[in-house]
Design a protein around this ligand. Structure first.
Ligand SMILES: [Zn+2]
Length: 111
C-alpha cells in the first residue's frame, strides 16, 4: 500500500491531483476518458475524500482519533504516576532501619 500524488479513484471515478491510496489490489474497473484518451482503471485506488468517508463510517473521524490519543496519553500519565509511587515505596523499604524477616514463598500447589 502506498500513497500516490494523484490519479483515479476506484470509488468516485474522479481523477484527482490530491493524494490517492494505492491498495495493491487488482480491480476490474471501468474505462474512463482522460483528456481524450481511454484509460482502464485496473488498480484499486481511493482518493483522500473517499478514504475519509470510509473512515468516518468506521467512526475513525479526526475527533475520535484525537479522543483515543487523549485517552492513551491520560493512561500513560496514570501509569507514570503509579510507577513513581511504586519506586518511592521500594526506596522506603530499602531505607527501613530494621531488617524484615524473610518470607518463604510457597506458590500455588500444582494440580
Ligand atoms: Zn474517491
Amino acid at each position: 500500500m502506498q500513497v500516490l500524488d494523484g490519479g483515479f479513484c476506484s470509488n468516485c471515478f474522479n481523477h484527482v491531483q490530491t493524494p490517492v491510496v494505492e491498495l495493491d489490489a487488482a480491480w476490474d474497473g471501468p474505462v474512463v476518458d482522460v483528456d481524450g484518451t481511454q484509460v482502464s482503471v485496473d488498480d484499486l485506488r481511493l482518493c483522500a475524500t473517499c478514504v475519509r468517508s470510509a473512515a468516518e463510517v468506521l467512526d475513525v473521524s479526526p475527533e475520535s482519533l484525537t479522543q483515543a490519543r487523549n485517552e492513551a496519553e491520560a493512561a500513560r500519565l496514570e501509569l507514570e504516576r503509579w510507577q513513581k509511587h511504586a519506586q518511592a515505596l521500594e526506596r522506603l523499604l530499602a531505607d527501613r532501619p530494621e531488617v524484615l524477616p524473610k518470607v518463604e514463598k510457597t506458590g500455588r500447589k500444582k494440580a
